[in-house]
Ligand binder design. Structure first.
Ligand code: ADP
Ligand code: MG
Length: 268
């Protein structure tokens, strides 16, 4: 497999360690239920930040707040110093926050490469007229997008399956395709919602290899994950949610040894 990641505009070592995302006292309520109850997070550039907690603790809700699907009732989210609250999901995505969903969301009847090309069209500068008349600039952009889509597929090991319909790919490969499509947005911050759910052990190993490779290019991650071994092996910092509140935070080993966390996970 090709290990080059030159198609990702590398932001490596660009102020690694400075705060890229700040979540400030976010409150998100559904009816009477506080899905997020004054949660703070600080995500440092170049790190993998784990977000864990039992089912229903508010992890996916946090992703949805960060990507503009939900607007919090109170609090703020600052991305690279600017508030994302009230902005549309597509606007937030174009500003550099990409995500995958807890349930794979691909265009099932489109091929793998078409799924990636959908994510690349935002980079086109051609006008509608140039596109309609298939003028040179559009043709050139199409060719470049195709090459970049192939490079992204190769990066996740799916280049041989470029022309296969997404619905025909095994589940683990659908997950990787979703990651490749999100990378097409050229994100600085990448949110993964339970990427290892339903994967086999070899698929998880491959997923971890790919996440590390993306991290090494300088992209920052927030990783929601149920598999503790995944969280422990790849995260720099872990925050733990329970009933919408942050109950612990720190290095993986610290969090794993935290009594509140053990209580929440083991119920003892
Ligand atoms: P997690 O991802 O940690 O499993 P979620 O963020 O999906 O948890 O859910 C947190 C809580 O908020 C749950 O009690 C869930 O039922 C509730 N919830 C999430 N989204 C909605 C929604 N759109 N409408 C009503 N309740 C919701
Ligand atoms: Mg969830």
């Amino acid at each position: 497999m090709d290990d080059s990641i030159s198609f990702i505009s590398t932001v490596a070592n660009k102020n690694t360690g400075e705060e890229l995302l700040k979540v400030d006292s976010v409150l998100m309520q559904f009816g009477g239920l506080k899905a997020l109850n004054n949660v703070d997070l600080s995500i440092k550039r170049g790190t993998i930040h784990g977000l864990i907690g039992p089912n229903g603790s508010g992890k996916s809700t946090m992703m949805n707040v960060l990507t503009g699907i939900y607007v919090p009732i109170a609090g703020n989210v600052l991305y690279a110093g600017q508030s994302v609250v009230g902005r549309t999901s597509s606007d937030i995505a174009l500003s550099g926050i990409a995500r995958t969903f807890q349930n794979v969301q691909l265009f099932c009847e489109m091929t793998a490469i078409q799924n990636i090309l959908v994510g690349l069209h935002h980079t086109f500068k051609s006008s509608m007229v140039e596109i309609a008349l298939n003028l040179p600039r559009y043709k050139k952009e199409e060719a470049e997008a195709h090459a970049r889509a192939m490079a992204l597929l190769k990066f996740v090991g799916l280049d041989d399956l470029a022309n296969e319909e997404a619905r025909n790919l095994p589940y683990g490969k659908q997950r990787l395709l979703e990651i490749a499509r999100a990378l097409a947005l050229d994100p600085e911050l990448f949110l993964l919602d339970e990427p290892a759910a339903g994967l086999t052990a070899p698929d998880i190993k491959e997923l971890l290899r790919i996440i590390r490779k993306i991290r090494d290019s300088g992209i920052t991650f927030i990783l929601i994950e149920h598999h503790m071994d995944v969280v422990m092996s790849v995260c720099d910092t872990v925050s733990v949610l329970d009933f919408g509140q942050k109950i612990a935070e720190g290095k993986p080993a610290e969090v794993q040894a935290d009594e509140k966390v053990i209580h929440v996970y083991l119920g003892t």
